[in-house]
Design a protein around this ligand. Structure first.
Ligand code: THG
Length: 266
């Protein structure tokens, strides 16, 4: 079944930034409950936008969210020190977001992850920047999986993020990532594929239709998780329907339940 990483608790979103600045716990709690009810599998927590406040904001968010959160958290920061602090605070095994092949980040994350029980998002990013071809994405994924395996992390606990890039800058960016996902899944059937989707539509109008169509294609290629807004009814209905059509929904149970609850409509 497709896993939804709820992206809303992110201080780059204006209302969340305001709630965090004012320590408005009710706003955050209400949002987390809504994401859970909408079918999120993880709640992503990103406190990176208030420069100089990330540590205290992350602490406050985790203290606020955990008492009402029944699902695991995705701890989202590029800073290994923040991830280490957050990891020590969580009660349920988290999804750590993320490690990459960027030297400084990689070298700080590896000893921290060594021997720990967790799930980890592995970004196909290195010091040369964003990947330039599907082979480049595959090569980076291969390196990340082998390095993480070498410190005891099972392939089935790794969520590869191939890094979606804007189709408006290069018509080939969609096929590039789709081919890479197919190749990664052929080589590592157990690995998960995740990522933000909205980069694909950057710079174009009517972005949601692009994002929804793209997630369907990515799911056919092997994407089984994404960082999205679970309160976006249309993308959630598209994902549930595609999951059924791809054979991941025994007896169409999830689809039928979605229709009965009103979450899925034509
Ligand atoms: N991969 C991984 N982690 C990630 C990302 C990724 N974490 C952060 C981000 N990308 C995913 N999270 C968000 C959270 C909020 C929004 C988008 C992505 C968001 N977007 C507004 C929208 O879509 O309408 C616009 C934001 C704005 O410009 O204000 O709110 O790729 N591993």
């Amino acid at each position: 079944m497709f896993e939804v990483i709820g992206e809303r608790i992110n201080t780059s979103r204006k209302p969340v930034q305001a709630a965090v600045a004012e320590r408005d716990a009710d706003y955050i709690i209400d949002d987390v409950k809504k994401q859970q009810e909408a079918g999120a599998t993880f709640i992503d927590v990103n406190a990176g936008a208030r420069i100089g406040h990330e540590e205290e904001d992350m602490r406050w968010l985790l203290d606020t969210i955990q008492p009402v959160c029944e699902i695991p958290l995705a701890l989202d920061s590029p800073d290994p020190a923040i991830l280490e602090m957050a990891f020590a605070m969580v009660e349920k095994t988290p999804l750590v977001n993320s490690i990459s092949l960027e030297k400084e980040r990689f070298e700080a994350m590896m000893p921290f992850l060594d021997g720990r029980e967790c799930k980890i998002i592995a970004l196909c990013m290195d010091d040369a920047g964003m990947p330039g071809s599907s082979d480049d994405i595959l090569g980076r994924a291969r390196k990340l999986v082998s390095e993480l395996n070498s410190i005891g992390i099972a392939t089935s606990d790794i969520y590869v993020d191939p890094l979606v890039q804007p189709i408006s800058t290069d018509a080939g960016k969609g096929v590039m990532v789709l081919d890479a996902v197919r190749a990664i899944k052929a080589e590592f059937p157990e690995v998960h594929i995740t990522g933000g989707l909205s980069n694909i539509s950057y710079g174009l109008p009517q972005r949601h239709i692009i994002n929804r169509t793209f997630v369907t294609l990515m799911m056919d290629a092997g994407m089984d998780s994404a960082i999205i807004d679970p309160l976006d009814r249309k993308i959630m209905a598209t994902i549930r329907t595609a999951d059924m059509l791809l054979g991941h929904d025994q007896f169409c149970m999830q689809y039928l339940q979605g229709v009965r609850s009103g979450a899925i409509e034509s």
